[in-house]
Ligand binder design. Structure first.
Ligand code: AMP
Length: 287
C-alpha cells in the first residue's frame, strides 16, 4: 500500500496504476476510520478499482465553534484499517499541502445547502464541495464512494458532479450501524455514557416513522411529529435540531409520502451533534 503526503506523489502513484490498466476508486474521508469507512473501501475494491483512500480533516468545512481542533486523528490505526481492507494507496496531505496558496476559489451548490444541516452549519457544504472537487481534480477517479449516513452531502456532491461535468461515477453505500442501531460516526466517541445509551433512539425514531407508512400514515407532518415525539420521550438528553421529510434529490420538504422520501434528523447532545436518516418508501399501490 502506497502512502502519499504530497499531491505530486499521489498523482504519480495513480498514474502508474492507470498505466497498468487499473481504474481508480476514490474514498474521501477525514480519518478516524471505522467499519462505515471500511464498507466504502470494500465496495470500491469489490468493484475492481485501484482503491485510493484520502484522509484529510478539512478545516474549511468546520465552522468557528466546531470541533476541528479536537476532531479525532488516528493515523496509525487508519493505515492499518486501509491495509486490512485492500486499499492500494492512501493520501494524507497536510493542510498546507491542500491549501498552501490560500485559494480564493470555492465551489458552492446553492439550492441544496440552505436547509437541513446547512441551516446550523453555514459554509459547511461549500467547504465539503471545494475539498471534494480538489480531490477529484487531484486523483481523477473513475468512481467515488460516499456514505448514505451523510445524505445531504450525497445529494450536494451528486449535484456538483452533474453540474460541473466531473466524469465520475458516484457510488452511495448504506449506513453501517452498531448492533443497537446507532450509525457509526467518528463523533460517537464524544458521547457520555448516558447520551450513548439514548443515541440509538435516533434510528428507532426513523424506523417507527417508516413503519407508520404501510399502516396508512403518509402525511409528512405527522411522520415528523411522531419522530420528534419519540425523541423527546426516549432521548431527552438530546435537543432536536431538525426533523424533516424531504425529497431525496432536491431536499425540498414534501407533504405526502407518495414516492420515496428521505426522513432526516439532527440531534444535539451536550457533547456531540448526531445526524441520521432513512429512506421511506410508499406502499406499492395494489393491482
Ligand atoms: P467522514 O470521515 O466522516 O468525512 O466520512 C467519510 C465518508 O464515510 C463519507 O462518505 C461518509 O458518509 C462515510 N461514512 C461515515 N460514517 C458512515 C457509516 N456509519 N456508514 C457508511 N458510511 C459512512
Amino acid at each position: 500500500m502506497e502512502i502519499c503526503q504530497t499531491i505530486d506523489s499521489f498523482r504519480a502513484v495513480l498514474a502508474e496504476a492507470r498505466r497498468t490498466g487499473r481504474t481508480i476508486g476514490l474514498v474521501p474521508t477525514m480519518g478516524n476510520l471505522h467499519a462505515g469507512h471500511a464498507s466504502l473501501i470494500d465496495r470500491a475494491a469489490a468493484d475492481g478499482h485501484f482503491v485510493a483512500v484520502t484522509i484529510f480533516v478539512n478545516p474549511t468545512q468546520f465552522g468557528p465553534g466546531e470541533d476541528f481542533a479536537r476532531y479525532p486523528r488516528t493515523p496509525t490505526e487508519d493505515l492499518e484499517l486501509c491495509r486490512g481492507h485492500g486499499a492500494a494507496a492512501v493520501f494524507m496531505p497536510t493542510v498546507d499541502e491542500m491549501y498552501g496558496e490560500k485559494g480564493v476559489t470555492t465551489v458552492s451548490v446553492a439550492s441544496l445547502t440552505g436547509g437541513l444541516c446547512g441551516r446550523s452549519r453555514p459554509g459547511h457544504f461549500d467547504g465539503v464541495c471545494t475539498v471534494v472537487a480538489k480531490l477529484f481534480n487531484i486523483a481523477g477517479p473513475e468512481a467515488a464512494y460516499f456514505g448514505q449516513k451523510d445524505a445531504q452531502q450525497c445529494a450536494v456532491i451528486a449535484r456538483m458532479i452533474a453540474d460541473l461535468n466531473f466524469p465520475i461515477r458516484m457510488v452511495i453505500c448504506p449506513t453501517v450501524r452498531e448492533a443497537d442501531g446507532l450509525a457509526l460516526s467518528s463523533r460517537n466517541r464524544y458521547l457520555s455514557p448516558a447520551e450513548r445509551q439514548q443515541a440509538p433512539q435516533l434510528y428507532a425514531a426513523l424506523k417507527l416513522a417508516a413503519s407508520m407508512v404501510p399502516q396508512g400514515t403518509t402525511d409528512a407532518n405527522r411522520l415528523a411529529a411522531a419522530i420528534a415525539d419519540h425523541l423527546a420521550r426516549l432521548a431527552p438528553l438530546g435537543k432536536i435540531e431538525y426533523v424533516e421529510i424531504v425529497n431525496p434529490h432536491s431536499l425540498s420538504p414534501v407533504q405526502q409520502v407518495d414516492r420515496p422520501v428521505l426522513a432526516a434528523l439532527a440531534v444535539r447532545f451536550d457533547s456531540a451533534r448526531l445526524i441520521d436518516n432513512m429512506r421511506v418508501e410508499p406502499e406499492p399501490s395494489g393491482g
